[in-house]
Design a binder for this molecule. Structure first.
Ligand SMILES: Nc1ncnc2c1ncn2[C@@H]1O[C@H](COP(=O)(O)OP(=O)(O)OP(=O)(O)O)[C@@H](O)[C@H]1O
Length: 836
């Protein structure tokens, strides 16, 4: 239990204390923890440099605060003249002069007060503005981990509520303290001038004020700390609850949420009452001290008056000075209390400012303008801060420029964590990730993030116009570029139908749009960013089948020519990847194309079956216990359960006319897309009878997946992998299918939704699969010609023998592909390409 609760209890201020109160007092279950304690002096020292821009105005303000007490002293002295020289002798000749002096002083005081008030508020507000912006900028630079560990509402509360308190500590506090000091100095001087014995007596009570203030201030600070902490909790509960209002209402949990909110408010109320009680108690105690001091002085003064050592006017003025003096002396006590109270807020700000970003910008970053897009994971290991569980272990893999790699695996396998490392939201604990051979830690964060674009699981949009949201990907994008991006993202249609088209505000979190529309908006934003590396994290999560279909084609356009890492449970979106990595418990346990993994990798097969209950696993090469990877072992009994590995089923090639990809092809309407003044190809029209995309024969699709992907990859940029080549070599040419890519398609200088394709090198096909390939439809020469012609001077680079085997790092820790099947046996140590 925190000190405040103890105080509250001792002061009898916590009558409703219960379990919730215990938690609120800083116990283990608190929503928001109290910030570490700091001395007022060190807080002051910390923020004093922030006043540098305002020092000139502060000095002026201090001068004004010195003139004020001087005028007050003169004003009181005029009262003595009035009594002793006008009233007592009944001589009214001086009265007009005294009255004029009073008027002049009042006018001058008014002018000074106005100037002082205006200037001090200006300085204070500017100070708060600067500090708040600095704090916000600091928070913006903090790593994702900070936001994952802390309540957003509490961060908001610090940013809005606590910042202001520092102004009262550093500026107002100093101003008031100096003003009090001037008042005390002037009044004391006048009192000593009038009668030094009385003046000495007057100061007997002064130490009492300071002791009293000291006793109270510590307790008030404790209460204030609790109050500020509760304020953070209140905002946190409100933010969380209102942010999830749909969930709250759907589950009928409104009352529960109100209870939570009330609980935090009650805690704040108790802390407030504790502070108020202490502050309210301070006032009568300080009045008591003041009265004792005044009575003591008056007693002595009457004695002095009786002995004619002071005039009546002198006595009255002395008492007037005395009461004026006790004001600033007890004011010091109050000021002390409020400084302690403000320091509770300052501690919360300092706690944030002291938070270092988890990922550090390199001091001398290696420049990277536009990467070719080669991404390499080298023995990457990672655990989240504050945990000891390794979320990723020994991840080694190379993604060649322009390749599309899918990462699949069960929930919690570490897929999203990989993307977080790619964006440097975190750094690996061991190993490294490189982009174009440069360690991500050597790149500036802006270079890295300009080259790597993420389309995240949750489609994040701002409450702005549609155009604003697309322009978020490229701040200086023209309207034409925005429209082109929207067209390429298949979003132009729905945007045009909105009341104000591109100028329509989409509401907080894009509530005016459907999930699919938001996702297409996110694709347009990623398109306009036009970076060479793309991360898609569960791009179709939360979308229904129709929306998924609608999103997939623009997604393909987005991926075209970029190095893409797709994360998905939904194998529909990954089956056409060049390589699929299967992640299990943070380790790559399988690697290959869909065809290679299906039926061979137990986890992948199981996942596939979960998503396609009508499709048993591929039977060709199930790995039986003891079978060596790379061979096609004898399959298990045909009646083996489909949910466990090994799986047996009729031959894929013959039966799979409704494979995921084929169905995928079928559901994608062959719509040409026009953007930036040119047509983008529709996907191949699926045959209604066989489910085979137009231009391919049925055999071409059985068991092989290049048909539809080639539409998505378009531009002829799809690499001539070993698999394709093998098929091409063994198969006589067939008539060319309808071309899907306009020959004149080429990137534009400003924005190119279909960016410059990069020569791609892909890991070679394992020999065993190459020999099994059923892909008999090589790209017809005419089509290839057209495709290549679409990028004059940028031919697709066939993988050279050098590319086929990309050695890993030279430290001997890794090795490249061996040409063996990459799928390990169940339970076997993962074969991870570059990893031993
Ligand atoms: N911020 C975090 N702090 C601590 N642990 C975390 C954090 N984020 C994720 N984890 C843990 O890391 C592991 C991997 O999480 P990750 O989100 O990468 O999984 P995933 O494969 O993407 O799962 P899903 O498919 O369900 O999104 C999980 O065990 C998760 O509990």
């Amino acid at each position: 239990m925190s000190a405040v609760s103890a105080d509250a209890i001792s002061a009898g201020t916590a009558p409703e204390t219960g379990p919730a109160d215990d938690a609120g007092a800083g116990g283990g279950t608190s929503l928001v923890e109290q910030a570490p304690r700091l001395k007022v002096r060190s807080i002051f020292r910390r923020f004093w440099p922030e006043t540098r821009p305002f020092r000139g105005r502060m000095v002026l303000s201090l001068l004004l605060s010195a003139i004020g007490p001087a005028l007050a002293t003169v004003s009181v002295w005029l009262f003595k003249i009035l009594v002793d020289d006008v009233l007592t002798p009944h001589d009214y000749r001086l009265f007009p002069a005294v009255a004029a002096a009073y008027l002049g002083i009042t006018l001058l005081e008014g002018l000074l007060n106005f100037t002082d008030q205006y200037m001090s508020v200006w300085v204070g507000e500017r100070f708060v503005l600067n500090l708040r912006v600095r704090l916000f900028a600091h928070i913006q630079r903090l790593s994702l981990g900070y936001f994952e560990r802390n309540q957003l509402g509490d961060i908001l509360s610090r940013l809005t509520g606590d910042v202001g308190a520092i102004e009262s500590l550093v500026l107002t506090g100093v101003n008031v303290a100096l003003s009090y000091t001037f008042q005390i100095a002037f009044f004391t001087a006048a009192m000593f001038y009038l009668n030094w014995q009385l003046a000495l007596a007057a100061f007997v009570a002064a130490p009492g004020f300071l002791l009293l203030a000291r006793g109270f201030s510590r307790r008030i600070k404790d209460a204030s700390r609790e109050r500020r902490r509760r304020s953070g909790s209140i905002t946190a509960v409100a933010e969380e609850s209102l942010g999830n209002v749909a969930l709250v209402q759907a589950y009928d949990r409104e009352e529960h949420e109100v209870d939570r909110f009330q609980e935090e408010n009650l805690g704040s109320f108790r802390a407030q009452m504790t502070a108020t009680r202490l502050e309210a108690l301070f006032s009568p105690f300080s009045s008591l001290l003041e009265t004792i001091g005044v009575l003591l002085v008056v007693g002595i003064a009457v004695w002095e008056l009786a002995n004619n050592r002071i005039t009546l006017g002198g006595l009255l003025v002395f008492v007037a000075y005395l009461t004026q003096l006790y004001g600033p002396i007890s004011g010091f006590g109050n000021l002390w209390n409020s400084l302690y109270s403000a320091s509770a807020s300052a501690e919360r700000i300092i706690e944030v400012l002291d938070e270092e970003p988890g990922v550090v910008e390199p001091e001398d970053p290696r420049p990277l303008t536009r990467a070719s897009g080669e991404v390499r994971f080298e023995d990457v290991e990672f655990s989240y801060p504050g945990t000891d569980k390794a979320v990723l272990r020994g991840i080694s893999y190379k993604v060649p420029p322009g390749a599309k790699v899918a990462i699949v695996g069960a929930s919690g396998a570490g897929k999203t964590t990989l993307t977080k490392l790619m964006l440097r939201f975190y750094d690996p604990a061991n190993g490294r990730i490189t982009l174009d051979g440069r360690d991500l830690r050597d790149l500036s964060l802006s270079d890295l993030r300009r080259n790597v674009t993420a389309v995240l699981q949750e489609t994040l949009v701002f409450d702005g116009t549609v155009a604003d949201n697309i322009r978020y990907g490229k701040a200086d994008a023209t309207d034409q570029e925005i429209t082109a991006a929207a067209v390429a993202a298949d979003a132009h249609g729905f945007i045009s139908a909105l009341p104000d088209g591109y100028d329509t505000r989409i509401g907080q979190r894009g509530r005016m749009l459907s999930g699919g529309q938001r996702q297409r908006l996110a694709i347009a934003r990623a398109m306009i960013r036009n970076s060479p590396v793309l991360l898609l994290d569960e791009p179709t999560t939360g979308l229904d089948a129709e929306s998924t279909q609608r999103v997939l084609e623009p997604m393909r356009r987005l991926m075209s020519g970029r190095t893409t890492i797709v994360i998905s449970h939904n194998l529909l979106t990954v089956t056409d990847a060049d390589q699929i990595l299967f992640l299990d418990g943070g380790v790559i346990t399988g690697m290959g194309t869909h065809q290679q993994l299906l039926g061979r990798h137990p986890g992948y097969t199981r996942l596939y079956q979960l998503h396609h209950p009508d499709q048993p696993g591929r039977p060709e090469a199930p790995i039986a216990a003891g079978a060596s990877p790379g061979r096609a072992p004898v399959g298990p009994p045909a009646n083996a359960p489909t949910t466990s590995f090994p799986v047996a089923r009729p031959r894929w090639a013959a039966a799979d006319s409704t494979s995921a990809t084929t169905r995928f092809a079928r559901i994608l309407p062959g719509r040409p897309v026009k953007a930036l003044g040119r047509d983008y190809p529709p996907p191949a029209a699926p045959s209604r009878t066989s489910g085979t995309p137009a231009g391919r024969d049925a055999t071409a699709t059985t068991g092989r997946l290049p048909v539809v992907p080639s539409a998505g990859w378009s531009n002829g940029a799809r690499p001539t992998t070993g698999r394709h080549r093998a098929a091409a070599e063994n198969t006589p040419p067939r008539p060319a299918p309808a071309p899907r890519v306009r020959a004149d398609h080429r990137p534009q200088s400003t924005f190119d939704p279909l960016p410059t394709p990069q020569p791609r090198t892909l890991p070679p096909q394992p020999a065993v699969l190459r020999s099994q390939t059923e892909y008999r439809q090589p790209p017809a020469p005419a089509q290839r010609d057209r495709s290549d012609a679409s990028y004059p001077g940028r031919p697709v680079t066939p993988p050279s023998p050098r590319h086929r085997h990309e050695p890993g790092p030279t430290n001997g820790q890794h090795r490249g592909h061996t040409g063996e099947t990459p799928v390990p046996r169940h339970g076997e140590v993962a074969h991870t390409g570059l990893r031993r």
